[in-house]
Design a protein around this ligand. Structure first.
Ligand SMILES: [Zn+2]
Ligand SMILES: [Zn+2]
Length: 484
């Protein structure tokens, strides 16, 4: 969808934005505060919501979309607004679908503060320098044979990573801070991953107080390591995630049974068990459960190798926050962290059944592809998918029926056993979401459901309407909601 016109008169606090394209969204005169959804609208990934409040432009998250074009340098993608005109960014947490385009925003002109928690700042530091290292390597490789995605066009190295990190304003949970003298921002425990926060904004405009609550990604009940999320603050507009609307997570017992079945089969045949896992959060949850179930005798006691250089760096950040985690958690991480590619290849070819947890949750990249190439045509091996697989990703394609799949520039026989084990999610499910929103009855005017596929978000919307919430909608991409 192309932007047809974007004009603004910031002095008079009047903006005329309108988008023309497939759905000709709407012409909006922002006499009133508003939010425009530039991602995670009727989809899970790419969270990027632009709030107009008290004459300011506040961007809530700046995430990347999974399953998009692999032919374009993501740093070269334009934003549907001028990054230089954004006054501040609030970052809820450091999953790529919330922070993946932050560095690109800075490279394209944003120079304001980035508000986030201390653990998220530390995680962001690791991610930014990891990206800088990879891009510097890829630039050096220019002219040689290139593997994987597009060649970087935009320079993003350690100097640029430092510049982005310098913009971060560490914001403690539960303590309001003032943005630009006009808007009060409070970050609140979201219980999703280390450092994750909900956002609450309050400001005066047009002779009254306005309040907006954004859940970011909301944690589930009874999950290891994380503190539960706090109560959602009352608001005129609630932006709520809806990833698992209408769904119930499997219990730990069900997860253990499904996992055990797959691992026992592979173990009896001497096959490798490959588990792709996001470096941030998911790797550590998987390791926790594998250790626990091995200790309980639920799954066979097999060697565990972890091929995730980024996961290892993040593990060191996690250990800086002992208050967030239990002692047991640290024991869980006493595993074989693989050092380099040669080490990984050696383990992948070693005899006998073993578990390899590798980076690349949706198989869009990461170390998992290295191992998958060796074992995708081995019927003794098992690929255990433990994460949501977004449409268009290799993970989603591999789940589909068929004897072959294309990646790394060629087609491969798909004889590996592919098993999806649900329940490892760090997101609230339907019951958790209702339990979080229901106490707001009478204290929220508008609810907009984001970060969910349409059927999931609709299931949640229906349940909310049945409970008396009457202004509940699923926004379209680039749609604007005026607060009322
Ligand atoms: Zn997340
Ligand atoms: Zn997310």
């Amino acid at each position: 969808m192309a932007i047809q016109s974007l004009a603004s008169d910031r002095v008079g606090k009047q903006c005329l934005w309108y988008y023309k394209g497939m759905n000709e969204i709407e012409a909006v005169s922002t006499h009133q505060p508003s939010v425009t959804y530039h991602g995670a609208a009727r989809m899970v990934t790419g969270t990027m919501h632009l709030v107009h409040a008290a004459g300011k432009r506040i961007l809530l998250d700046c995430g990347s979309i999974s399953g998009g074009s692999r032919d374009q340098d993501p740093f070269d993608l334009p934003f549907p607004f001028d990054p230089a005109e954004i006054d501040a960014v609030v970052l809820t947490h450091c999953h790529q679908d919330h922070c993946g385009r932050l560095a690109s925003l800075v490279m394209q002109g944003f120079d304001g503060p980035i508000y986030t928690t201390q653990p998220s700042r530390d995680i962001l530091e690791v991610l930014l320098f990891d990206t800088a290292r990879i891009r510097e390597q890829e630039l050096m490789m220019r002219g040689r044979k290139h593997h994987g995605g597009p060649r970087p066009k935009v320079r993003f190295g350690t100097a640029e990573a430092h510049h982005t990190l310098d913009l971060v304003e560490v914001t403690p949970l539960g303590k309001p801070v003032v943005i630009d003298g006009d808007i009060e921002l409070t970050l609140l425990e979201a219980g999703h991953i280390l450092g994750s926060a909900m956002v609450h904004l309050a400001w005066q405009e047009l002779g009254r107080t306005w309040r907006l609550t954004f859940t970011g990604d909301l944690g589930r009940s009874g999950f290891p390591f994380q503190h539960p999320h706090v109560a959602l603050p009352p608001a005129d507009l609630l932006l709520c995630e809806s990833t698992y609307g209408g769904e119930a997570h499997d219990t730990a017992e069900m997860m253990a049974q499904n996992m055990a079945r797959a691992i026992r089969r592979a173990a009896s045949e001497g096959g490798k068990i490959l588990i792709p896992a996001f470096s941030l959060g998911r790797t550590h949850i998987i390791l926790h459960y594998l250790r626990k179930w091995m200790n309980q005798g639920v799954i066979p006691n097999l060697p565990i190798h972890v091929d995730s250089p980024l996961g290892r760096k993040l593990h060191k950040v996690f250990l800086r926050y002992p208050g967030e985690f239990s002692e047991k958690y640290r024991d869980d991480l006493e595993v074989d962290w693989l050092e380099g590619r040669d080490d990984a290849t050696d383990v992948s070819f070693r005899e006998g059944a073993r578990i390899i947890v590798a980076s690349g949750g949706m198989l869009e990249g990461g170390r998992i592809l290295h191992h998958l190439r060796f074992h995708i045509d081995d019927p003794r091996a098992t690929l255990l998918l433990v994460s949501y697989q977004a449409p268009g990703t290799l993970g989603e394609q591999i789940l589909e029926k068929g004897d072959s799949v294309r990646f790394n520039g060629r087609r491969w026989n798909k004889w590996i056993d592919v098993v999806q084990v649900r329940g490892f999610s760090g997101h609230a499910d339907h019951k958790d979401l209702l339990a979080a929103i229901e106490p707001l009855a009478g204290n929220v005017r508008q609810i907009r459901l984001v970060h969910g596929e349409p059927d999931r978000a609709e299931a949640l919307a229906k349940a909310l309407v049945a409970r008396g919430f009457n202004d509940v909608r699923l926004p379209e991409m680039h749609e604007t909601t005026q607060l009322s």
